[in-house]
Design a protein around this ligand. Structure first.
Ligand code: GTP
Ligand code: SPV
Ligand code: MN
Length: 625
């Protein structure tokens, strides 16, 4: 049921007006012209990423009703957007890895034959930018000036995308200059909201299409996105490039692109450790990345909150950089009590807020920002809202902000940003943490026995689904290394790549792997562990293990803290509750085993043998208990 192609007058590219500085790189101009020929925009605009451009586009978006300028005294230089209520999250059902061979996409990705997909999408793209400006954004993932800077050029008919890309990536003139200097290759990223305007037709506040496709051609290193304006579907440097395409680059070139935060942890003795942690979407990466430790003497600095690129360094260890330049964070649950450093980052202004609630003073609010709810708000659907009644015409329990509402904020505003953020060499990773949202079974923290066991932990990681993707929330699913929706190739090959990296670099050079779960619940359905700043207690135990200061306790699934090893001084919860968070429960693991077996069966002959061996070990140990 693809859109009917309408008749319209086609213009030659030479007749389409151009604004901005035309790049001195013919490969960009050629590709842009080819796209313009197909999509038929009103004009082509080459972005420079300047503050003047920001102001101009904010005005344009305000006129079209897409954004509201916030009150500068509430939130400086910031804007607020409400999406179409049907365009609020990533669309995993419509996300495709169009590798040449179906087997290379694997059992966890949607696949279509590349030429067939291109046929469908060319039909959709044909004239899809009529009446709109086509923006051209040169961008760089990772610090500019690095030996291995990765470039992209995104073309989009959305000014909201341009403003978001200015925050989330290094974008504009300085990037283009570097690309010209290097005669750089780039990943072409094509995006359209999929809603052409007829002459005189009035635009809607949030143009998008019922038909959505988020498509990757891994061999060609190309991205085609259609029909959605939402972050993960439209800011193509992020999940599409820095994870799906980059994971394929990493496989081919011997490095790793991962859905991980990066933080620097400094002990009271002044020793620094670097931790990379993979949790599924909306499971706590941004919060851990900006952690304010509740235990005295410990300090955290932030390097990244969503994506890590890890490359082997000259000493054989893994060095991580954050390819992004901003935060695209979950708003609900973010407040002074949970994530004060995020609040300090946001309060400096220069934000794009999407689908949060609007206060009567031109500020923003979301559930969890403050303990006391404002007496009146405008909700994410634009309805009058009160804490007692909920939205006008709705139910009293309807939230004012969408659960996947987001703040988009420059990373350099983060008060605890590490000085290594712009270091193209990256930081050496000591610890890799996997995690997920599990109300039972998974202990607060477990240490792996060795690299292979650590890879097994990542491979069998699971989580209850969240609002970050369209679909049911709270459904248990396996999410290997939190990459289920982001791995650009066969997940079995991906796990093999993890094992290969360990074999190549050597066990002694690889980070120590831990598995955490902040989300275990009581019989009454309440979170047992206080989480947030108190997660520093878990990080401290990890460091104590690395330094040989604590023994831990062996279980069939790994090493957990022995009694008294977790620092709970001043935590304010009973030892009994701590025990409930941390313990290994034999019958829960007996229930988990068939789920693990079932998951591994789906890999067929692509399941790496060492991981099958790890499952055997766990099965034997659980059954022996
Ligand atoms: P993406 O940006 O979607 O990749 O999410 P993320 O992994 O960065 O998750 P984030 O840190 O934004 O947290 C998601 C939600 O989980 C927020 O509502 C947080 O308040 C909540 N959360 C984060 N850490 C904890 C924790 O330690 N305990 C509890 N109970 N909730 C947490
Ligand atoms: C996620 O869903 O993991 C996010 C938000 O970080 S998005 O950019 O939409 O993918
Ligand atoms: Mn994410």
């Amino acid at each position: 049921d693809d859109a009917p192609s309408e008749q319209f007058e086609r213009r030659a590219v030479a007749d389409i007006p151009v604004e901005g500085e035309v790049p001195a790189l013919q490969s960009i101009v050629d590709w842009v012209n080819k796209v313009a020929e197909m999509t038929q925009p009103e004009k082509i605009y080459y972005c420079d990423g300047s503050d003047e451009e920001w102001s101009k586009l904010v005005d344009l978006l305000e006129q079209s009703g897409t954004v509201i300028k916030l009150n500068d005294s509430e939130m400086p230089n910031s804007i607020y957007a409400r999406t179409d209520p049907d365009d609020v999250a990533r669309v995993e059902d419509q996300t495709f890895i169009c590798s040449v061979k179906e087997e290379d996409a694997g059992p966890t990705n949607n696949w279509m034959e590349p030429e067939e997909m291109k046929g469908i999408m060319r039909g959709l793209y044909d004239g899809c930018m009529r009446g709109r400006t086509m923006y051209v954004m040169p961008f760089c993932m990772g610090p500019l000036g690095g030996e291995d800077a990765k470039f992209g050029v995104e073309v989009s008919d959305s000014a909201y995308v341009v403003l978001s890309m200015k925050i989330m990536t290094r974008m504009g003139k300085s990037v283009l200059d570097e690309m010209v200097r290097l005669n750089a290759e780039f990943v072409p990223c094509l995006h359209s909201v999929g809603m052409p305007l007829k002459p005189g037709q009035k635009d809607v506040p949030w143009p998008c299409s019922d038909i959505k496709y988020i498509v990757h051609f891994p061999e060609e290193r190309t991205i085609w996105s259609y029909g959605s304006g939402y972050g993960g579907n439209s800011l193509l440097g992020k999940k599409c490039y820095a994870l799906r395409i980059a994971s394929v680059m990493g496989r081919d070139e011997g490095w790793m692109a991962e859905h991980m935060l990066i933080l620097k942890l400094i002990s009271p003795e002044g020793k620094a450790y670097h931790i990379a942690a993979a949790f599924p979407s909306a499971c706590g990466k941004t919060n851990l990345a900006m952690l304010e430790p509740t235990i005295p003497g410990w300090k955290v600095e932030t390097l990244g909150d969503d994506i890590a690129w890890m490359r082997p360094g000259p000493d054989g260890r893994l060095y991580a950089i954050n390819p992004e330049n901003g935060f695209f964070g979950v708003a609900p649950g973010t407040g002074a009590a949970t994530n004060p450093n995020a609040m300090r980052t946001i309060e400096q202004g220069n934000n794009i807020f999407t689908n949060v609630a609007l206060t009567d003073h031109g500020g923003v609010w979301w559930e969890g920002m403050t303990a006391v709810k404002p007496p009146h708000l405008t909700d994410w659907k634009g309805r009058s809202w009160t804490p007692e009644e909920g939205p006008e015409g709705g139910r009293p329990d309807e939230k004012a902000a969408h659960p996947n509402s987001r703040f988009c904020t420059p990373i350099d505003q983060c008060p605890i940003l590490s000085e290594d953020f712009n270091n193209p060499q990256g930081v050496p990773i000591d610890i890799i943490v996997f995690g997920g949202r599990r109300e039972n079974t998974i202990p607060l923290v477990t240490q792996s026995r060795d690299w292979t066991h650590g890879v097994f932990m990542g491979a069998t990681c699971s989580s209850e689904t969240t609002a970050a993707a369209k679909g049911a929330v709270g459904v248990l699913r396996r999410d290997p290394m939190a990459m289920l929706p982001f791995c650009g190739y066969h997940v079995g090959d991906y796990l093999q790549h993890w094992l290969d990296m360990g074999a190549k670099q050597g066990e002694e050079n690889m980070p120590t792997v831990f598995y955490v779960n902040w989300f275990r619940k009581s019989a009454e359905g309440k979170f047992l562990w206080p989480g947030f700043g108190d997660n520093s207690r878990v990080l401290k135990w990890m460091i104590d293990r690395l330094e040989g200061k604590v023994q831990g306790q062996e279980t069939p699934v790994g090493v957990i803290p022995a009694e008294g090893e977790l620092d709970i001084e001043g935590l304010g919860i009973d030892q009994a509750v701590v025990d409930e968070c941390t313990r290994y429960v034999a019958h829960e693991w007996a229930d988990e085993l068939p789920r693990l077996e079932n998951w591994f069966e789906g890999f067929g002959h692509k399941l790496p043998k060492p991981l099958a061996g790890e499952l055997d070990k766990v099965r034997d140990a659980v059954k022996a208990q």
